[in-house]
Design a protein around this ligand. Structure first.
Ligand SMILES: CCCCCCCCCCCCC/C=C/[C@@H](O)[C@H](CO[C@@H]1O[C@H](CO)[C@@H](O)[C@H](O)[C@H]1O)NC(=O)CCCCCCCCCCCCCCCCC
Length: 688
């Protein structure tokens, strides 16, 4: 959904008209509609962070409340428009819950995609297994809350209106107390307040005329208004009843619900959501800001200093050591926002966490320390680097963490270095006088350096993540999808007895299949649902006991011992299908990277025939045909794989060579794991 809304700025500037776009859980605003088309975004917010409130006195207002932080007050052109935004916001909040943003592709992602597909093309989500009912519960709960609030407000208004009407026209219908002239203003003000979309419809002049004329002329307007109001209440009640029915169904359902049930749940409210949320499964750059590493990078390149928050709280650093163990939290504190194409390394995050803790405890114990940190740092910031500062986020009472995208890494690194050389460089950078050599030397030495810097009111911590740039080989034309994804099959480190690390393997799958998102067509949705459904099933199992299930083989062995390999939603079944998907991918990459002249559709066809086709009935085969028709062209495909389009356009063949090499490396990495899985399955007489 998108459109103009007034946004409260401050007492000086008041309400300002801005163009808002709500999509994929992100509310972004622009100065004008034109700016939205050019991607000139003023700011973006993740909707899950806000409480959506209906304003009690202004029926055109939606208040987005972020406790202890920035609130967003919006005003629609009229009541109906406000209602549409409310429903759209609430629906998006439920569709994109906080942990949706955690990984490049989380399981919630699938649910959201599934929901979108239901809206766009109802039949497409009915393939594959079952879905987790938690998502739908959350969705319905959120809807329930919104409609309860609305109903309360509407009935309250209704009651006020009746009370006011009673005062205006006494029970016997005569204005014995001659109240009409004096109360008409109050009556009108209530009506105006209640029906803000058409305040002028109440004719004040008319109401001041003699009683006979007034009563006969005003009555239809009153009744019209009362009708309108009661029908609004009716709609809200219907919605509520529907949601309650959904909730009853959900509460009687096991944790998994069938695609049919999903369909009926969504179809019931389809009319409402379709109209209000206007979700298309088209490419949306803001979505990629959040979870697609390649697109994130592209956007950052494009918008330089625009902020793209990826929020994670640092709750679980102790027990796990990968980035995925950082959970998004709905609470405001503590939270770390990382604004970087290259997410900080595990080391840097642990370092940061430790640093935060020590700074916090220092601050709590000793105010003097806080002051000295501020002082020490202030003079280190080159003045002209302020504009590189991105979005801020509280991580503790006193501190904010900022990170910088890769384009600013030079400045970041320079700013972040605490040693004398760095300080010297920092000064140089202010004059744009540093050399690349100095910089790279410095980068290596200080790649996880942390320093406290100040900007504005708050002291902040800057961490410098590992630069992917430094990973690039000399001949690399541009970063590709393969260099940017965080988990690569080729990087899998096998554990004892050739154990495949569960978490890393699942992350590899998530990352690599995320490219499908960029294809943009709903035709790939069944594939995504299937793949991520299986990833999720295994993940669920893994999360029960990450230590016990640290390898894929351990999970399957456990099911073998428990004789649950054939149970519904078993990890054994999920891994079998996931392996088949990866096998298909492997074949495709292998075929594609054989020659510069390879044809996309041929490669897909051959790979399909060799791998998946044998397991598919005619329905699934027809889905395959559908996906084939939506295949991107080869050129498009390469564009999806390149971080910097302009570099690609000037060096097409070099980039294509680079990608082909990277594909070959990926194929080798995949081979290692899918062979091990196959061996394990065969050894245990499991279907593979
Ligand atoms: C270049 C892009 C080409 C894309 C072409 C995609 C063609 C795939 C067509 C197949 C559609 C399959 C849809 C779903 C089918 C399911 O019915 C089937 C069975 O599901 C399983 O059912 C079990 C119950 O019976 C259930 O327990 C289990 O959980 C469930 O999985 N599933 C499958 O057949 C698996 C299909 C996987 C398809 C993977 C395709 C991956 C395409 C990847 C392309 C990535 C892009 C290239 C990236 C290159 C850069 C790194």
């Amino acid at each position: 959904m998108e459109g103009y809304l007034h946004k409260w700025t401050n007492y000086l500037k008041g309400w300002q008209l801005r163009y808002f776009v709500l999509k994929d859980g992100i509310l972004s605003y622009y100065n004008t509609e034109n700016d939205s088309q050019n991607g000139d975004c003023k700011r973006s917010y993740k909707i899950f962070m806000f409480d959506i409130m209906v304003n009690k006195s202004d029926k055109t207002r939606v208040d987005l409340i972020l406790p202890n932080e920035h609130n967003l007050f919006l005003r629609a052109s009229d009541y109906k428009e406000r209602q549409k935004w409310l429903v759209a916001l609430a629906s998006q909040k439920a569709t994109y819950p906080s942990n949706f943003f955690q990984n490049t592709n989380s399981s919630e992602n699938i649910d959201a995609l599934m929901k979108q597909s239901n809206m766009g093309s109802p039949n497409e989500s009915t393939i594959g297994g079952t879905y987790d009912s938690t998502y739908f519960l959350k969705l319905k709960q959120s809807e329930l809350k919104l409609y309860c609030d609305l109903l309360t407000q509407q009935t309250h208004d209704f009651k006020n209106l009746i009370v006011d009407l009673r005062k205006t026209v006494p029970a016997d219908g005569k204005d014995d107390n001659n109240l009409v002239p004096s109360t008409s203003t109050s009556y009108n003000s209530v009506m105006n307040e209640t029906f803000t979309e058409s305040p002028n419809e109440i004719d004040i002049k008319q109401s001041n005329q003699n009683e006979t004329t007034k009563e006969s002329d005003d009555e239809p307007t009153d009744i019209k208004k009362l009708d309108e109001m009661s029908s609004n209440i009716n709609v809200t009640c219907d919605m509520l009843a529907q949601i309650v029915r959904n909730l009853i169904v959900l509460s009687n359902t096991s944790t998994n619900i069938s695609p049919e049930a999903v369909k009926s749940l969504l179809n019931e409210t389809e009319a409402k959501t379709k109209e209000s949320t206007d979700i298309n499964y088209d490419l949306d750059q803001y979505k990629y800001h959040l979870y697609h590493p390649l697109y994130l990078n592209q956007q950052l390149n494009q918008y330089k200093t625009k902020s793209i928050p990826i929020a994670m709280s640092s709750q679980s650093t102790k027990s796990h050591n990968s980035l995925n163990s950082f959970k998004i939290s709905n609470e405001n504190l503590p939270r770390v926002e990382i604004l970087s194409t290259s997410l900080p390394t595990t080391n840097s995050l642990s370092f940061l966490t430790a640093k935060m803790k020590s700074i916090d405890s220092n601050n709590n114990n000793n105010n003097h320390n806080k002051t000295s940190i501020n002082k020490r740092i202030r003079h280190k910031i080159p003045p002209n680097n302020h504009n590189h500062f991105d979005k801020v986020s509280f991580i503790s009472k006193n501190f904010i963490i900022r990170n910088y995208h890769i384009e600013n890494l030079k400045e970041t690194a320079l700013l972040a270095c605490a040693d004398p050389v760095a300080e010297q460089l920092s000064h140089n950078s202010a004059e744009n006088n540093y050399s690349e050599k100095d910089f790279s030397k410095n980068m290596i030495e200080t790649s996880v350096e942390t320093v406290v810097v100040t900007s504005g009111h708050f002291p902040s911590i800057t961490i410098v993540g590992e630069s992917h740039k430094t990973n690039l080989k000399n001949h690399d034309i541009s970063k590709s999808f393969f260099t940017i994804i965080k988990h690569r099959f080729s990087d899998i480190v096998l554990l004892e007895n050739n154990g495949i690390p569960t978490e890393y393997f699942l992350n590899c799958c998530s990352d690599v299949f995320s490219l499908l998102d960029s294809f943009g067509s709903t035709a790939f949705l069944p594939v995504k649902i299937d793949v991520y459904g299986n990833i999720n099933k295994i993940k669920q199992k893994y999360l029960v006991d990450p230590v016990k299930y640290k390898t894929l083989q351990a999970i399957i062995q456990h099911e073998i011992n428990d004789k649950t390999t054939h149970a519904k939603n078993s990890a054994t079944d999920a891994l079998m299908w996931l392996r088949r998907a990866v096998w298909f991918l492997r074949e495709f990459l292998s075929n594609f990277s054989k020659s510069m002249d390879s044809v996309m559709s041929e490669c897909v066809h051959i790979s399909y025939q060799k791998t998946l086709k044998q397991y598919h009935n005619f329905v699934v085969k027809s889905i395959f045909s559908l996906a084939m028709r939506a295949l991107p062209s080869k050129d498009e495909f390469y564009k999806r794989l390149v971080a910097d389009h302009s570099v690609y356009l000037n060096n097409k063949s070099q980039f294509e060579h680079q990608v082909m090499e990277e594909m070959k490396v990926t194929v080798k990495g995949i081979d290692r794991v899918i062979d091990l899985i196959k061996d394990f399955y065969l050894k245990n007489k499991l279907d593979v």
